[in-house]
Design a binder for this molecule. Sequence first.
Ligand code: NDP
Length: 468
Amino acid sequence: MSDYSLLINGDLIRTKDSFPVINPANGEVFARAPECSIEQVNQAVEAAEQAFPAWKSDIAKRKEALMAMANAIQANSERIAEVLTLEQGKPLSQSKMEIMGSVMQIQLSANLTMPVEVVQDSPKGLLEVHRKPYGVVATITPWNFPVSIAMGKVATALISGNTVILKPSPFTPLSTLLVAEAVQSALPPGVLNIISGSDPLGSHLTAHPSVRKIDFTGSVNTGKKVAAAAAPDLKRITLELGGNDAAIVLSDVNVKQVAKSLFWGAFTNSGQVCIAAKRVYAHESVYSNLVEAMAEMASKTSVGDGMVEGNRLGPINNKPQFDRVRELVNDARNNGATIVTGGDQLSDNGYCFANTIITDVDDSTRIVAEEQFGPVLPILSFSDTDEAITRANNTNYGLGGSVWSGDIDKATEVAQQLECGTAWVNQHLALNPMVPFGGSKWSGIGYINGRWGVEGSTEIQVINVKRA
Ligand code: NDP
């Protein structure tokens, strides 16, 4: 039996079955999460369907409810943050930032509007473009930022008039379930349902015929399965998928300054960020100095249990991901790479991995060609900017990328040639909750945030009136 509950039709429900949740700092089970049955998934979808007509009809009430939801999460932020660190691994201060960022995102979303666009208003007729919610939205989230990714999606879907079933990753279900407890009385029953469970739950939810839209964040492989599951009913999809962001460092940079920012652009959340810098192309004239400065940052930044004050980075979240990161590092090592610093796990317990800088690899080495999603960064050199752009773009991924230079105009020109959803200049990872976010190529379909998020949560209805 779990100490946590599902939220279905406004009720907090304990389940008969449960599954273990592991603290990645020590590899031990510290809690059990409720295992939602197929029958309960169906109940959640039915509740969302029934809540939809009343919820979609009154935007003022939606705004009020979202503000109440934000307040409820804020009031419980300490408890949610602690559980987030225990299940995800990140340092407690960063968990607190994630929860407060989620509160802010909900508040900002509560103020989004869906204005009617008037195309023609003349004696002959009236032509208006309205935006209508889809109905029941299935929201599926990953384990790296379980609360903020979920709340960004949920808030946009709800303010747009949809009702939602939210399913977190089984690696990090508990913080989301605590959100369920916190917001239970802030929203009308059925408007937001939160369920947790192991593997078959996601595919059952995406196949359910009453779900009209799937809002998914996760890996490219699962994203393709979600798209296939959506096809029979032509469900709408937003897919926020993986990335393999390149950072291009030109010859005219201040190496020490770049190393400081670029390190955090790559290693924040122990590299478990979809838009982390995952491979660096540095001009040959600054290459050695950059490698040295990045290695210094990597070796002096403390990694360990997120509950221990002073640790700036936590463990890798789960065993399969830990094994994958180690496999990619060993593959590089076996193919002649130099491990400048780091290279293996930090202790026998848990999934802490040393911050790792790798050189002497080429574009076909797996650690460069694949998404590592961990605290490991390959640094490669280039001699010509066009060559660096070509190599950065030579991938199926297209989430983000960055260009670093003392000449902002030149760097901006290069950034515009990157094939990705967000291209930064002299920074990496900076996000604004009111600016569209999404990937090109295999990194995603659709955009979240601000009015672009509302557009993705709604469909168009044209009202065409003949007056004369
Ligand atoms: P996964 O794709 O493994 O899982 C994501 C979610 O999908 C989980 O809740 C998972 O639950 C569920 N899921 C798995 N299979 C199916 C299925 N067939 N149908 C429906 N749902 C399913 O990703 P990770 O959790 O491992 O997250 C890491 C990945 O997410 C990285 O590639 C990262 O880049 C990407 N990501 C992208 C972001 C973006 O905005 N572009 C942001 C953050 C992460 P279960 O495990 O129970 O199946």
